[in-house]
Structure formats: C-alpha cells, structure tokens
Ligand binder design. Structure first.
Ligand code: FMN
Length: 183
C-alpha cells in the first residue's frame, strides 16, 4: 500500500517561523509518509476577483491537496488572541472551491507563540473556524509551545521533552485514524 500523504499547513509566512519548525517536528514524529507542504501565500479573498476571474490556481491546488491528503497537520500562530489572518484567508478561499475537501479529514492542530499560553486562543479560534467544514480535528493532547524562542535550538529543532512527548501522542493518534480510513 502506498505511503500515507500528510499535508502540512503553517499559518505564518515568516522565514524563521516557530510554527513552521513545530510543524516540521510534527511531520517527523508522524513517521513514514509523503509530505506535502501547503502554500498559504494566497491573494486576499476578494469575491469580485473570484466572480470575474474564478478561483485562483494556487487556491484550487491547496483545495486539491487537502482533498488528496490522508491527514493534515496545522501549526498556527496566535495574532492578537486569535488565529492568523493568513490561516483564515486560506480557509475562506478553500470554502469557495467546489465540494468540501475538509469533510471527515483527520486534522491535528498545534501552535507556538511568544506568550506563555502557547497560542491556546489561536487553537480555540482555529477549531471554531474549521467547524463549518466538519473535519475530524483531534481533541488532544494540546500541543502549545509557549515562550517559543526558548524551545528551539540553532537548527530549529524542538528541544523540550514534554512538547516532544505530546507531539508523539498527537501524531500517533493522527496516524492511527488516517490509517484506519485507508482500510
Ligand atoms: C500581529 C501579531 C500579533 C501577535 N499577538 C500575539 C498574541 O496574541 N499572543 C501571543 O502569544 N503572541 C502574539 N504575537 C507574537 C507571536 O506569538 C510571535 O511573533 C510568534 O513567533 C509568531 O509565530 P511564528 O514564529 O510562527 O511567525 C503576535 C505577533 C504578531 C506579529
């Protein structure tokens, strides 16, 4: 049977994004898989553009990647106590494509943030924003990397054992659900 396909979405476009580093750690801990790095550098949703020009190619590509993935991992920063605009823009664009690629999709979410709470409110708001599409967002364990700059080494590797253990459990669960859907 071919490898599972794991799609990664990072809600930060920053080159040295801690959320991207966290996402990479999660992908490693998922185990053998074909990894697809989703591109959230999309134009801002403008329904006039959609009406006049249709769905942008990179939005359709993202929707197709979600549809094809066996599982999705999302690492999203907290911006002003909510999910990032980059992430919300992507969710809104994908909602304009045909079908619903999120339906029943196993999804693991996580966050790294400067604040002590590690992006807890970002995750909460992300859950609410995913709800309309009815994916299977794992309820936990919550992976919240607070004071993020203290928890990655010079190579961008996550260093805290508690976070690594939580990631192992979350990604193990994601793998189990994704594999069961294949059977
Ligand atoms: C616009 C903006 C708003 C932010 N709001 C919060 C916040 O509400 N809570 C928090 O913990 N950190 C906040 N931060 C700090 C981010 O957690 C920090 O910049 C983090 O590194 C962003 O994720 P990234 O490294 O993946 O880009 C904010 C940063 C920006 C740029």
């Amino acid at each position: 049977m071919p490898d599972l396909t794991l799609l990664g979405l990072c809600g930060s476009l920053r080159r040295e994004s801690f959320n991207r580093k966290l996402m990479r750690a999660a992908v490693e801990r998922f185990g053998p898989a074909t990894f697809v790095d989703g591109n959230l550098r999309l134009p801002l949703l403008d329904v006039d553009v959609e009406t006049e020009q249709g769905i942008p190619a990179q939005v359709q590509e993202l929707a197709d990647q979600i549809a094809r993935a066996d599982a999705v991992v999302i690492a999203c920063p907290e911006y002003n106590k909510g999910l990032s605009g980059v992430m919300k823009n992507a969710l809104d664009w994908v909602s304009r494509t045909k079908g619903n690629p999120w339906r029943d999709k196993p999804v693991a979410i996580m966050s790294a943030a400067a604040g002590r709470a590690g992006g807890e409110r970002s995750q909460y708001s992300l859950r609410l924003c995913l709800n309309p599409f009815r994916p299977r967002v794992l309820p936990g364990p919550e992976v919240l990397v607070g004071n993020a700059s203290e928890h990655f080494d010079a190579e961008g590797r996550l260093t805290n054992q508690r976070h690594l253990d939580q990631l192992d459990e979350l990604m193990g669960e994601l793998r189990k659900i994704a594999s069961a859907r294949r059977d």
